[in-house]
Design a protein around this ligand. Structure first.
Ligand code: SF4
Length: 448
């Protein structure tokens, strides 16, 4: 436990959650303001807090002792995340390649992800409840009302069987998968028991985000002790804060030290954070980026269903930024294993072939530089291409409804001798996220 780090972290959180009023209050009455947020002057002196305030508000690493300490911790977490998402953690090359192609596509088409190298896409997630009791007004997944939960005792054997199956099919990377999605973990009274089973089979503890830390403080504290300091750093526990009033209640309910390893996500409208205009925020001001990090299996235990899904940029067709390709029911762990393997084989597409129909990824534009060069440009990156007559013919179709290399050759627009080279170029563009499968692509309102 690091008292100074946790106190500095709290100051930072206050500035982020309440950027209009907190800095003024701190300047006007530093001692009282520090006391109100539970930061002792023996840990952070008022003059230090005031000097640091500028650093906090301007995000200057040099001036700001918190950001310097935070950077060291983030580097350690990033190292752990990179290990967890490395090739060795996947049972097959296919799923590893697929996840990275999805990640490349999302990063390329959203500026919001720039500099967030620790954003990962998970190959599996589990819902232990159906719907959510919290009903946040900003819910990007537009979670439905709570309609039931899966109890541990009734599902113990099935749960253990499912976890063993994902370990076999996906590999240790399955141990990154959260046990919530459009759900509140604490809605399930047995959440901790499911987590204990998860730790037993997968050897890790899943990341938890809860909006119920105020509603159930004893349970929240018990979960913190269950995880322990190492488990907490490994699991990445987060509290979602819905309003400024809630934020200051949290400050009073928990000490800075208790929340040292907990990330507070300030979702109150006054905060510096911005919502994605998806789910319940569709049509409101905001950037449309996908908030889902699941590219693979979604296991819904209450309904005994497994789906294959992928994050997409929110659009009228997919307002929550989630595209679900297929959903199957299962009756037993063995049945689950078969269905899950089938879905991965069918939908985790990591390679293209001559007859794969392709199109430009929505939000990627083609522009001509000069007679021989062109650019494909996404919101957060681009690539230069040499454009000969074959590539030009292909690009014309990729900008529209799409085409395969075989179709382009059959139509006479592409020389048969150039087909191999063109397919190689398409494979590279597909892996980097510039083109996608035309049947899977979603029209984006930002497109011309
Ligand atoms: S944001 Fe989370 S807690 Fe809030 S309604 Fe959506 S799923 Fe529930």
């Amino acid at each position: 436990m690091d008292r100074r780090y946790s106190a500095l972290k709290r100051l930072y959180e206050c500035c982020s959650a309440d950027p209009l009023q907190f800095p003024t209050r701190l300047r006007d009455d530093p001692s009282e303001t520090l006391r109100e947020i539970g930061v002792g002057e023996d840990v952070v002196r008022t003059d230090e807090a005031l000097v640091m305030l500028d650093g906090l508000c301007t995000q200057s690493w040099e001036k700001n002792p918190y950001l310097a300490l935070y950077r060291d911790r983030v580097l350690a977490v990033e190292k752990l995340i990179r290990q967890r998402a490395s090739r060795e953690q996947f049972a097959s090359e296919k799923m590893y390649r697929y996840i990275n192609i999805v990640r490349n596509r999302i990063f390329l088409t959203n500026r919001e992800f720039c500099g967030h190298d620790n954003v990962l896409y998970y190959p599996v997630a589990f819902e232990l409840s159906k719907g959510c009791s919290v009903q946040c007004p900003f819910c990007g997944l537009a979670a439905s009302r709570l309609a039931g939960v899966a109890r541990y005792e009734e599902n113990r054997l099935l749960w253990h069987g499912i976890l063993a199956a994902v370990l076999e099919i996906i590999g240790p990377a399955a141990g990154m998968g959260p046990c919530y999605f459009a759900t509140e973990p604490f809605d399930n009274p047995d959440y901790e028991r499911f987590m204990a089973g998860y730790r037993e089979i997968l050897g890790t503890v899943p990341q938890t985000t809860t909006a119920a830390a105020l509603r159930e403080p004893e349970r929240f504290r018990a979960l913190l002790s269950f995880l322990g300091e190492d488990g907490l750093r490994e699991a990445g526990m987060r509290i979602s804060v819905c309003s400024l009033k809630e934020f200051y209640r949290l400050m009073r309910m928990y000490t800075a030290e208790e929340l040292e390893d907990i990330e507070l996500i300030a979702n109150n409208p006054e905060s510096v954070n911005r919502y994605s205009a998806s789910g319940r925020m569709v049509g409101k001001e905001g950037i449309r980026y996908p908030i889902s990090c699941i590219a693979g299996l979604m296991v819904r235990l209450p309904d005994r269903e497994v789906s294959f899904m992928e994050p997409v940029n929110p659009s009228p067709e997919y307002p929550t930024g989630v595209q679900t390709f297929e959903t199957l029911s299962f009756r037993s762990a063995e049945d689950f294993r078969e269905k899950a393997s089938f879905l991965i084989e069918k939908w985790a597409i990591d390679r293209i072939h001559a007859d794969t129909r392709l199109r430009l990824t929505p939000r990627v534009l083609f522009s001509r530089e000069d007679a021989v060069n062109g650019l494909l440009i996404g919101k957060a990156g681009g690539i230069r291409l040499r454009i000969d007559s074959n590539m030009e013919a292909m690009l014309l179709h990729l900008q529209g409804d799409g085409i395969s290399v075989s179709e382009a050759v059959a139509s006479g627009e592409v020389n048969v001798l150039a087909a191999g080279r063109l397919l190689g170029a398409m494979e590279t563009l597909f892996e980097k996220g510039f083109i996608t499968l035309s049947g899977k692509a979603v029209r984006d309102p930002d497109e011309g």
